[in-house]
Design a protein around this ligand. Structure first.
Ligand code: F6R
Length: 625
């Protein structure tokens, strides 16, 4: 959510910043801008719209200079206009700042500045207030007269940043430059990610390593309240409070190649097609066929501690929450442990009664989602062991949890989550297997689960072959006013997930429900133009779903069925379209049944001419509440 890139080195900053912004565009695409320093001139280009628009501005009039900052915006305060686009300047016009996050007390800070006088604000943003605040603290610290050695100016600027941030309530990832201090960038973070890329005679700042991995794979993942002063050949990390910071330089675990779209027209399609590999990677080295269990060392819990778990809370947002909902079925069925799913945004603000033996899992692809992070912190504050299920290894959730399981799904760039979902469900299955084998599951049951898991990658490959058939179905229903999704048990959350995918990337109205809820009200929506999609594999509730489909058919509602095995034949004559996936035990089926629905949403969106990877109003990694 908003992307920042900063560069200081010997190369022209413009192309590097623009390239970084393109790679961060998934974080926001309402407006974009750069400020590049050239001697005593600040070259600014910014505009509403996509990075491509900024690219045009920068081609028409290339900014020159070897250090600068840049930003792609997902609007929070103020409309996506040219004026509101970052960078923003302080009162002197010398200090340029980009910001990701929300300054909650910006009104109060603005009123204080206005009372001081001489502050004219050009935008409606909270960011501009922060720029003015830092600028006025910096100017106020200037000696009354006389020469100021450059080194002192650097420390004065860092001190002004610290002093300003001590007054801020809210979240920030920031980068700033000052016209009078050459080759110098200051960054800081609280609640919004910021990473320092360490190069040779050049250094970078970015919201996400994907922006800079083409230039360096050495990275320092900054912690909350870190302030970093970056120069061409050195950097210094301290805290907002002025103490020395601890840091470590890590190797980024993926390369620039991994984040290329390759021959796929969209990242979303690429990521859907990566799922055989990403599910395999989620299981790699984690299955013990000898003991018929899973090995999850990252949980960092002894066997006795795992046996003592009496209750589980799974929390997350959006797609991760849907994975959690399947996790509830998995953990209760495989491990017999009472499990609840909590919206992270609700959980963090309410006083959920918890028992001391409760284990909390925060599930998040990005590991940066503000609500999930808030839930994790609240749960840890109250003394519950809280584990993360994350894809982004260096993320805040991964770092702040007591332990966890990484997804190893590789970078997910498409705004609509796909492969991270199947990896999350796979990991929940591993956790269910591990906890179940410590309780009532026999070796033969454990071995049956392992067999089902090991068969998954090939079954996913088979399922992906349905893509062309699904494109045909998407074409047939592209003019529909929306779609309803129904499923039961393990496949009820798949209905929710499918409806979310359709909403996000097609903008069509869509809803998911447990099939049996149909007759409790939703049936009023059923009509010939509105298709209902039933996720009804060959399982214990197939005949119940069949009854619900008959109720829709009786009201002339078109039906698309996702089924498995021989059940396809029983659906002919009832469903208008039948999609058959490979047969699998009920607990692994959601990993297969979601794939045709991801493809359905994708092909529908393409058919409707939507911007699949950058849907309207959305951004990946939601770092605001
Ligand atoms: C849906 C989607 C969002 C995310 C949600 C949580 O396609 O991408 O609903 O699932 O914002 O994100 P993470 O998993 O990064 O916490």
């Amino acid at each position: 959510m908003c992307g920042i890139v900063g560069y200081v080195g010997r190369s022209e900053a413009g192309p590097i910043l623009l390239d970084g912004l393109r790679r961060l565009e998934y974080r926001g695409y309402d407006s974009a801008g750069v400020a590049i320093m050239d001697g005593d001139r600040v070259e600014t280009r910014k505009c509403a719209g996509r990075i491509a628009e900024l690219g045009k501005l920068m081609t028409e009039k290339p900014p020159v200079g070897t250090y600068g900052i840049s930003h792609t915006r997902w609007a929070t305060h103020g409309k996506p206009t040219d004026q509101n686009a970052h960078p923003h300047f302080d009162g002197s016009g010398k200090l340029a700042l980009v910001h990701n996050g929300v300054i909650e007390n910006y009104q109060a800070l603005k009123e204080d500045l206005l009372r001081e006088g001489e502050h004219i604000f050009a935008s409606e943003t909270d960011t501009e207030v922060l720029a003015h605040l830092i600028g006025s603290l910096y100017d106020a610290s200037a000696p009354a007269n006389g020469y100021v050695p450059p080194q002192n100016e650097k420390s004065r600027l860092v001190a002004a940043v610290r002093a300003a941030l001590q007054q801020v309530i809210g979240t920030y990832g920031i980068a700033l430059v000052h016209r009078d201090i050459p080759d110098f960038i200051v960054g800081a973070r609280r609640g919004s990610p910021l990473v320092l890329g360490v190069g040779k005679e050049e250094n970078f700042l970015a919201s996400d390593v994907s922006a800079i991995v083409a230039y360096t794979r050495d990275a320092v993942y900054l912690n909350d309240f870190d302030v970093v002063a970056v120069e061409r050949d050195k950097f210094e990390i301290s805290s907002v409070a002025g103490e020395g910071g601890n840091y470590e330089v890590s190797k980024v675990e993926f390369t620039d190649e991994d984040i290329k779209k390759g021959d796929y027209p969209h990242y979303m399609l690429k990521e859907i097609f990566e799922q055989a590999g990403s599910v395999r990677d989620a299981m790699r080295g984690r299955l013990s066929t000898d003991e018929c269990t899973a090995k999850l060392g990252g949980l960092d819990m002894t066997a006795a501690q795992l046996r003592d778990v009496g209750r589980i809370v799974l929390t997350g947002c959006g797609t991760a929450l849907h994975a959690a909902m399947i996790g509830e079925y998995i953990l209760e069925q495989l491990a017999g442990i009472p499990t609840e799913v909590e919206f992270a945004s609700e959980f963090r603000h309410r006083n959920t009664p918890m028992t001391r033996d409760t284990l909390v899992f925060a599930i998040s692809q990005s590991g940066e989602t503000a609500d999930t992070l808030g839930a994790l912190r609240e749960s840890r504050r109250k003394g519950y062991r809280t584990l993360g299920i994350c894809n982004n290894v260096a993320s805040t959730i991964a770092r702040e949890s007591d332990g966890g399981v990484y997804m190893h799904a590789g970078p997910e760039i498409g705004v609509a989550a796909t492969k991270s979902f199947t990896s999350q469900v796979t990991i929940l299955l591993l956790i269910g297997l591990l906890l179940g084998r410590m309780r009532h599951l026999s070796t033969s049951e454990g071995s049956h689960i392992i067999g089902a898991l090991e068969a998954l990658p090939d079954q996913i490959e088979q399922t992906l072959k349905l893509s062309d058939e699904i494109r045909g179905i998407a074409r047939k229903y592209a003019a529909s006013p929306g779609m309803l999704f129904f499923g039961r048990q393990f496949n009820f959350p798949i209905g929710l997930e499918a409806a979310l995918k359709v909403k996000e990337i097609t903008y069509l109205f869509s809803e998911g429900h447990p099939s049996a809820e149909l007759k409790h009200g939703i049936i009023a929506l059923v009509r010939p133009e509105l298709p209902s999609v039933f996720i009804t594999p060959d399982d214990a509730v197939f005949s119940k779903n069949l009854n619900n489909m008959e109720q829709v058919k009786a009201r002339k509602g078109p039906i698309i069925a996702v089924t498995s095995g021989a059940c396809g034949d029983r659906l002919r004559g009832i469903a208008n379209d039948v999609i058959t996936i490979p047969s699998a035990p009920a607990f692994v089926t959601p990993i297969l049944s979601v794939i045709p629905l991801q493809l359905l949403a994708y092909h529908l969106a393409v058919e409707l001419g939507r911007d699949v990877d950058k849907p309207r109003n959305l951004a990946k990694s939601v770092t605001v509440e």
